[in-house]
Design a protein around this ligand. Structure first.
Ligand code: NAD
Length: 306
């Protein structure tokens, strides 16, 4: 497979929030490689609420002028069904869903309102659910689908002032992991990317020096690879920024096994806390195919002298 020439002829890609930043980069690329593209964008300011058709229209015009195929969709991602409906009406199918639309409402937790919590969880997590759920029956029927969820370093590791955003973004990892399992027998893959890129969202929070090395185009090759028909990677979480691409996974310490009786006290945990928290020897990397073997651990526990 020559990945510099990956093509998507006959495929239909739905990209949310494709009027700016990362989504725009994806839309232009997929269209230039033969896909028909639904350019969804509600046209909001990074913090704002009001919709505008302009960003989606501009990207569609760019694609059409370059000889590609694209239609705009101006719905908020909160109305995921309508976005997928646009794909079906215009192109008769949907093959790729890139859940990318996003906004920020940063606030310290002490000042976080219900409204700020809800809008961020709606736009990021609930909307990815709605868009993907609307595409799911089509994916299952055609035994083919490629899904990307967009988390963030804040979603993976947390970030000061972003409890709403990091909770929603972390939820997307769980959504994708479970979808990768439910989709496996239908040739539906789902992966999560954690990008960093210069865009409206980051221009006020990153240094000029950092922004200068974070071209959104450097996120694209990973997304293009993961969504190609020849690639069946699924359930992955990838960090991607300015030419750095890596795969992230869970790590559990080897841990301590206690006899599960009255001797398992807070004091017993305190005594062996260093062992519980020791990642140097025998750390595990569990996942759904290779979960922690609780049965063996329980059997070991029964042999532990209290
Ligand atoms: P961006 O602001 O340049 O683009 C986001 C687009 O989403 C905008 O065009 C906006 O109009 C659209 N949008 C917002 N709310 C919408 C809604 N309800 N319905 C439809 N469209 C809507 O931002 P970006 O940096 O390209 O971000 C893209 C995604 O990547 C977001 O999910 C963001 O959280 C995530 N992300 C970005 C970075 C980064 O460094 N840029 C880092 C981590 C995660």
């Amino acid at each position: 497979m020559d990945s510099s020439k990956l093509r998507y002829d006959g495929r239909v890609a739905v990209i949310t929030g494709a009027g700016n930043g990362l989504g725009r980069t994806y839309a232009l690329h997929f269209a230039s490689r033969g896909a028909s593209v639904v350019v969804n964008d509600f046209g909001v300011a990074a913090q704002g609420e009001t919709g505008s058709a302009t960003p989606a229209d501009k990207v569609v015009q760019e694609i059409i002028s370059a000889g590609g195929k694209a239609v705009p969709n101006y719905d908020s991602v909160e109305n995921g069904e309508r976005i997928i409906e646009t794909a079906i009406k215009a192109f008769g199918r949907v093959d790729i869903v890139i859940n990318n639309a996003g906004i920020l409402r940063d606030k310290s937790f002490a000042k976080m309102t219900d409204k700020e919590w809800d809008i961020i969880n709606n736009v990021h997590l609930n909307s990815a659910f709605k868009v993907t759920r609307a595409a799911w029956p089509h994916f299952r029927k055609q035994h083919y689908g490629r899904i990307i969820m967009t988390t963030s370093p804040a979603g993976v590791y947390g970030n000061f002032g972003q409890t709403n955003y990091s909770a929603a973004k972390h939820g997307l990892i769980g959504l994708s992991d479970s979808l990768s399992q439910e989709g496996a027998k239908y040739n539906i893959t789902s992966n999560t990317i954690s990008p960093l890129a210069a865009s409206r969202l980051t221009e006020t929070v990153m240094t000029k020096e950092l922004l200068s090395v974070l071209d959104p185009k450097s996120v694209l090759p990973l997304v293009a690879y993961l969504t190609h028909e020849s690639v069946n990677v699924s359930g992955g979480l990838f960090e991607v920024a300015g030419g750095y691409v890596s795969s992230a996974r869970w790590e559990c310490s080897k841990g301590a096994v206690f006899k599960a009786d009255q001797t398992l006290t807070p004091a017993a945990v305190k005594q062996r806390y260093n062992e519980i928290n020791d990642f140097k020897v025998g750390a595990l990397h569990p996942n759904f195919k290779n979960p922690i073997d609780y049965l063996t651990l329980m059997k070991q526990a029964t042999q532990v002298k209290s």
